[in-house]
Design a protein. Structure first.
Ligand SMILES: Nc1ncnc2c1ncn2[C@@H]1O[C@H](COP(=O)(O)OP(=O)(O)OP(=O)(O)O)[C@@H](O)[C@H]1O
Ligand SMILES: [Mg+2]
Lengths: 241, 439, 402
């Protein structure tokens, strides 16, 4: 599903170069649930951004879904983001001027999709996160956990193969965090590949595999689940079917 | 507190010079355009003789065509603006007004005695001796001609300071002579510079021209023929082949003013006019309905549409322009102030009251307004300068006096404070908790 | 298109949008009316005069003293002027057309005293004056030298045997089109035969609606002033003015020259007010459009800045750059259009006010769509920059900003 080879990312600022990532090799298989951990500033968000095509690596190759994405145009990258990837942000990133329905609608708007289909998907996604009764509410009228669930609904509505989450529970209390985690697990169990950044070791343990970053390098990998052992080809065949 | 706020405002303005410059420009343009128009309008609609404008009356009677009312140059129906010689002679004989003067414009070529000044043509106000006292014309030397000179139309002249300077080097020239045409005219007085604006006593040709520089008795025309300037209107087909025939014709070419100091004399004079017209009707003149008019100076300026419609429309448009500039400024101020939300939240958390936040921002706005006002003043000077360059005879109108300058600055500050009130009010609504929950 | 969500975003952030819409409404109202007035005035100023005003020098001088002989002076002056190389024609006329000064009287085509008379500017001129004016004869002929009345004759009531009239006057007096050769009657019943019809010639007062109604009598009235028209070869006018002046000054006559200028300047002064109004309004239009353009740029930039994170999020969720550009352009277009709708009403309101209060003409409605189109184009151009900037916001902003 995701294959990174010797990926480096260097931020050039006025005085210093920050090596956010150095020679990362990472392989995430379809259907896998990967947790990214590590101390602050270790490069987790950067890695997520690269995976989600929000940024480009300074060097290295990156195959997403079997396709080399390192040299694609902005247009193609946007389409991939739109169709294959779902993003869940630490600070939710809901659009404050739009109600829940319209917020979930945002990624769908960038596809040629009929209104009926969009409505069905939005309603399903909100149903899934348990907020279908609040469709007309504005984000400011929701609690933090509810907002994050809307953000998840937004990511799911596009039916992505690949879900990226940057500390989705970072702003939530532990109860809320657990609920969100359960939601993610449910989504994963339905076949969506997930990469999630988290500081919470307990949550990290609930993933199939936990990768720890340190100073822009992978310092250790822990396996918890089974899904990682399934062969690439097979899951791909499944997802096509 | 004020000076603290002033300093804060200055610091804040320096933080975002380009946006503040833009606001100064917007206010400045609005003020510049509207002040140019206000200036023209104010100068045009000024009262030329405020001390007695409600006691001086332009007299009109209507001896016009029975089939068709008199119309002004823009086709509006009204009473005729001038009088025939016959009627003017009767009006001059009334004893009711405190003062009265008939008048018209003559045209003479002045042939100076000294060779250094070349002969030149001059429009001369031909009028009665009351003209000077009635209109408060100030004398430097001598005075007006005598009663008998007035009645007989003797060849005497009152000259303006400019003429006295030109012909007599500014000396007391009373008793000296000026040659015009075939005759010599004796100077009886020299008046100081006198230029009522608008030139209310004769609005037939130009409301904002210069007053005449020579004044001679009305009655000269009773015994001499000379060129006249100004309008002559007629409706009746009359064969006029001589001076006498002209004087006896129904052509109108004479203005008439009366000073009627109180309601009693005003009513008395009105009655007198009515009875004159009714009596003339019996003789077959004045075929139109009784339609006499006494207009005081302000009314007279209205009747003559001294402020052209164009100027009123331009004034209105310029105010709309100012409004656009102000809305623009409000927008910029809002954007500017909203950028300071977190700082304001901090100030509020540190104990600043709503009012002090409001006050602080208002001071900033007023400072921008002052800048805009000064810039606007500059632009109005530029605008008026361009007007003076492009239109002849507008010099006296397109100039700002001190009150107008002060008005420009006041308008700018007032306008920008008005524009600033809403953004300042918005920003002072920021809750003190804002800086604590940055999200 | 995503109109509804954009609209709800506008409504959630009303103040800025309303402020801009008001600006646009006022701008449209003022610009539409101002454009209309400008067009009216320019048309008014640019009316064809029938006269070759670009190549004519107008000269007036004033004689004085007992030795002054008007007829003598005019004839000798004209001879001097005609002798100047580069001068095509020189002639005398009682008043200058388009100067703001002149005489007007009523004329009829019958002796019937009840007949409605037609007002016309009348002039006294001689044979050749029409050539000096450069007006064209549509029919008939110029005066014959024998027809020109002397000042003496005019004073003694001798009636002109012939007159020239303009086509506009001919059509009013003789609707049947048989003006040439017929009699024109003055107020006193005197009549003169129409010997020539002038294609077009303006009279004295530019704001009089009878400006095209002109009648010329053959004669040289007694007067102490002379008025000459000197028509030069094309392009020679300005060069000849000093020469003309020195020729007249050398002639030993007791008079002084009080006017010596291109006719176009004199005519220009008659239109001073209209020109100032037109120029002033053009300046107002330009400034207004610039200010409003800046207002649009300002609001768009503000919204872009305020929504940096939102735009990044949209990009992260897969929006193409053109989606972002389109979003801001559509949003801006919606705001502009709200302003335009209100502005259209205001434009007609403003015109209603100027039309009823000041008897200015009714607005030609074609200016409204032109103004609306202009505002739309302005809106797109002004918002294009900020929208382009927005589209360059990196999607990584979504994870980086708090
Ligand atoms: N746009 C940027 N320009 C310069 N340096 C950057 C930029 N973005 C990130 N960095 C640097 O790259 C490094 C990695 O940042 P990253 O955001 O990936 O850390 P992180 O592991 O997500 O930390 P946290 O757990 O605190 O979110 C940091 O040192 C950071 O300062
Ligand atoms: Mg991070």
């Amino acid at each position: 599903m995701l294959k990174m080879n010797k990926i480096s990312c260097v931020y050039q600022t006025d005085l210093i170069e920050t090596h956010a990532l150095r020679d990362i090799d990472l392989n995430v298989k379809a259907g896998e649930f990967v947790a990214l951990t590590g101390p602050s500033g270790s490069g987790k968000t950067t890695l997520l951004n690269l995976s989600g095509l929000l940024e480009s690596a300074t060097s290295g190759t990156y195959l997403l879904d079997g396709e080399d994405v390192s040299s694609l145009s902005d247009r193609q990258r946007s389409s991939i983001r739109n169709e294959k990837i779902g993003f869940i942000f630490q600070s939710f990133n809901l659009i404050p001027d739009l109600n829940l329905f319209d917020n979930v609608d945002v990624p769908l708007r960038y596809r040629a999709m009929g209104i009926e289909e969009r409505r069905r998907r939005i309603e399903n996604a909100l149903e899934l996160v348990g907020l279908s009764s609040r469709m007309k509410h504005l984000p400011s009228q929701l609690s933090g956990g509810q907002q994050q669930r809307v953000a998840i609904a937004r990511a799911l509505a596009g039916e992505p193969k690949f879900l990226l989450a940057d500390e989705p529970t970072g702003n939530l209390d532990s109860l809320m965090a657990r609920q969100v985690m359960e939601l993610l697990e449910k989504i994963n169990s339905e076949g969506t590949t997930i990469v999630m950044v988290t500081h919470d070791p307990e949550l990290a343990r609930r993933a199939h595999r936990s990768i720890e970053l340190l100073d822009g390098q992978i310092s250790s990998t822990q396996l918890f689940g089974v899904s990682a052992e399934e062969p690439d080809e097979k899951t791909e065949a499944e997802s096509v079917a | 507190m004020f000076f603290y706020n002033l300093r804060l405002a200055w610091i804040s303005i320096k933080q975002n010079v380009s946006l503040n410059l833009l606001m100064v420009c917007a206010i400045g343009l609005g003020i510049g355009v509207s002040m140019s128009m206000i200036t023209l309008y104010a100068m045009m609609s000024g009262n030329p003789i405020p001390e007695k404008s409600d006691q001086l009356f332009a007299v009109r009677i209507d001896n016009w065509d029975p089939d068709e009312a008199y119309t002004d140059y823009q086709g509006r129906e009204t009473q005729p603006f001038q009088h025939s010689y016959k009627d003017a002679m009767v009006l001059r004989s009334s004893t009711i007004p405190l003062r009265k003067a008939a008048m018209y414009k003559g045209y003479f070529v002045v042939e100076p005695a000294n060779d250094t000044v070349a002969p030149y043509g001059q429009v001369v106000r031909m009028t009665d001796r009351d003209f000077f006292a009635m209109f408060n014309v100030p004398f430097i030397y001598g005075g007006v001609w005598s009663e008998s000179a007035n009645d007989l139309g003797e060849r005497v002249v009152v000259i303006a300071k400019e003429t006295n300077d030109k012909l007599f080097g500014g000396e007391d020239s009373v008793g000296r002579q000026i040659k015009m045409g075939e005759h010599q005219y004796t100077v009886t007085g020299v008046i100081d510079t006198w230029n009522p604006l608008p030139m209310f006593y004769d609005l037939n040709n130009k409301a904002f021209g210069d007053a005449e520089l020579l004044f001679m008795p009305f009655a000269i025309i009773s015994h001499s023929e000379f060129d006249r300037a100004g309008n002559t209107n007629g409706w009746k087909a009359e064969r006029i082949n001589s001076h006498e025939e002209f004087l006896n014709s129904e052509n109108i070419w004479i203005q008439f003013w009366a000073e009627l100091p109180d309601a009693f004399t005003q009513d008395a004079f009105k009655d007198w006019l009515d009875s004159y017209v009714l009596e003339q009707k019996k003789l077959g003149r004045f075929p139109r309905p009784l339609n006499n008019a006494l207009d005081n100076v302000t009314q007279w300026l209205e009747v003559n549409h001294v402020v052209p419609d164009d100027n009123r429309v331009m004034l209105a448009l310029s105010f709309m322009f100012l409004a656009v500039c102000l809305f623009n400024t409000i927008g910029m101020l809002l954007a500017r102030f909203m950028g300071k939300v977190s700082v304001v939240g901090l100030r509020r958390a540190l104990g600043a009251s709503k009012f002090s936040i409001f006050y602080m921002h208002l001071v900033e706005v007023a400072l921008v307004g002052l800048g805009g006002g000064l810039f606007g003043l500059l632009l109005s000077y530029l605008g008026l300068f361009m007007l003076r360059e492009s239109v002849e005879g507008i010099e006296k109108l397109a100039t700002m006096n001190l009150p107008l300058v002060l008005m420009a600055i006041a308008l700018a500050i007032f306008a920008s404070v008005l524009a600033g009130i809403y953004p300042a009010w918005r920003i002072c609504q920021i809750s003190p908790a804002h800086s604590l929950k940055t999200q | 298109m995503e109109i509804r969500p954009i609209l709800s975003a506008i409504l959630r952030n009303k103040t800025g949008a309303i402020l801009l819409a008001i600006q646009i409404a006022l701008t449209l109202a003022v610009v539409v009316n101002a454009m209309f007035i400008v067009q009216q005035r320019l048309k008014f100023i640019g009316r064809p005069t029938g006269i070759d005003i670009e190549n004519i020098i107008v000269i007036s001088s004033q004689g004085f003293g007992s030795s002054y002989d008007h007829e003598q002076t005019v004839f000798s002056d004209l001879e001097l002027l005609r002798a100047i190389p580069g001068v095509k024609y020189a002639a005398h006329i009682s008043r200058f057309p388009l100067s703001g000064g002149g005489s007007r009287s009523g004329f009829t085509s019958t002796t019937d005293s009840d007949a409605e008379s037609v007002g016309a500017n009348y002039y006294f001129a001689q044979n050749g004056t029409i050539d000096a004016l450069g007006v064209k004869l549509a029919a008939g002929r110029d005066f014959l030298p024998t027809e020109i009345l002397t000042g003496e004759q005019i004073d003694n009531g001798v009636v002109a045997s012939s007159v020239l009239i303009t086509k506009a006057l001919a059509e009013k007096l003789f609707p049947d089109g048989n003006a040439l050769g017929n009699l024109v009657y003055g107020g006193t019943g005197d009549s003169s035969r129409v010997v020539g019809i002038i294609e077009k010639m303006h009279g004295a007062w530019v704001s009089w609606d009878g400006l095209n109604q002109v009648l010329i009598f053959p004669g040289l009235r007694k007067d102490s002033g002379q008025r000459y028209l000197v028509r030069t070869e094309p392009g020679q006018r300005d060069r000849l003015i000093p020469e003309v002046e020195s020729v007249l000054e050398k002639a030993s006559v007791s008079r002084y020259l009080d006017r010596m200028e291109p006719m176009s300047e004199m005519v220009g002064r008659s239109y001073d007010n209209d020109r100032v109004v037109a120029n002033g309004l053009i300046i107002v239009i330009v400034l207004l459009v610039s200010i409003t353009g800046l207002g649009i740029v300002g609001l768009a930039s503000f919204l872009v800045r305020q929504r940096t994170k939102q735009v990044g999020t949209r990009r992260a969720l897969g929006a193409q750059k053109y989606h972002i550009v389109r979003y801001f352009l559509v949003e801006n277009w919606l705001i502009t259009t709200m302003g335009v709708v209100v502005g259209t009403v205001m434009a007609f309101g403003l015109n209603y006010w100027t039309a009823t209060e000041f008897s200015l003409p009714k607005l030609d409605p074609v200016f409204v769509p032109v103004g609306i189109l202009g505002i739309w184009v302005l809106g797109v151009l002004a918002a294009a920059g900020p929208a382009k900037r927005a589209s360059n916001i990196s999607p990584a902003i979504a994870t980086r900003t708090v």
